[in-house]
Design a protein around this ligand. Structure first.
Ligand code: SAM
Length: 232
């Protein structure tokens, strides 16, 4: 049994694909993909010794362990070009996900699909995809144990396409997510309401401050709140 978050990520892995899970921790996703017959071969990549050992132990428990490779190393450096069809990177900040993708661009040759789940900084990931030839093809938002997660799925194609012909600007859609915006699920609205409440609290604190820079900051936050009110 795995989390709803990992299960949703798994659903975006193409049937029969060779899949790399980078930053796999205990290799739970990689194991699930094999056991469920979704992936034909998995690579679990880990930078740190503890999780790497945990991944090795986990994979050893599987009957299908011949179809798995656990590798220690930084980001995509554990891959050889052409070795996998899909790459998952989940449970890290958007900034880290982007730096892993950017550092390993040559390893992405032959990769058809990226499945990314940034914990924060989704906007950075969408922007990187847009600027690097990857077209967002699906997005998912879900809540588990009180935390809201976004999953971004991309393939090579026309990166600007999902942002075209929408009533929101490119910059706005990079923040919200073009597919999520279209779907407008209650979880998406909840996420942005929480964001608004957070800025509202910061604003009330600022309004009690006498520091000279507080006035400028107040104006910025008011503009942000105005945008959030309009969006949700
Ligand atoms: N992907 C799993 C998930 O979503 O449940 C685990 C997420 S865990 C919070 C992040 C993992 O990424 C940690 O095990 C960490 O050691 C690993 N990690 C961090 N930076 C990495 C990098 N540059 N390359 C490979 N793994 C990395």
């Amino acid at each position: 049994i795995i989390s709803k978050r990992l299960e949703t990520i798994a659903r975006y892995c193409p049937q029969g694909a060779r899949v790399a899970d980078i930053g796999s921790d205990h290799a739970l996703l990689a194991s699930y993909l094999l056991v469920r017959g979704i992936a034909s071969f998995v690579i679990a990549g880990e930078l740190n010794e503890g999780p790497y050992q945990a991944a090795l132990r986990q994979i050893q428990t599987l009957a299908l362990r011949e179809r798995a490779s656990v590798r220690k190393g930084d980001g995509l450096s554990v891959l050889r070009p052409g070795e996998v069809d899909a790459v998952c990177i989940a449970g890290m900040g958007g900034q880290l996900i982007v730096s892993i993708l950017a550092a390993g661009a040559d390893k992405l040759e032959g990769v058809r699909r990226l499945i990314l789940q940034p914990n924060v900084g989704e906007e950075l990931v969408r922007r990187w995809l847009l600027e690097n030839g990857w077209q967002l093809v699906a997005e998912s938002i879900l809540e588990e144990d009180g935390i809201i997660y976004e999953i971004l799925v991309a393939e090579r194609g026309e990166p600007a396409k999902p942002y075209e012909g929408k009533e929101r600007s490119l910059e706005e859609l990079l923040r919200i997510g073009p597919f999520l915006w279209e779907e407008k699920s209650p979880i998406l609205l909840k996420k942005w309401r929480q964001e608004r409440d957070k800025w509202q609290r910061v604003l009330s604190q600022l309004q009690q401050s006498r520091k000279p820079e507080a006035a400028e900051r107040t104006r910025q936050i008011e503009a942000e709140l105005e945008w959030l009110d309009e969006v949700i």
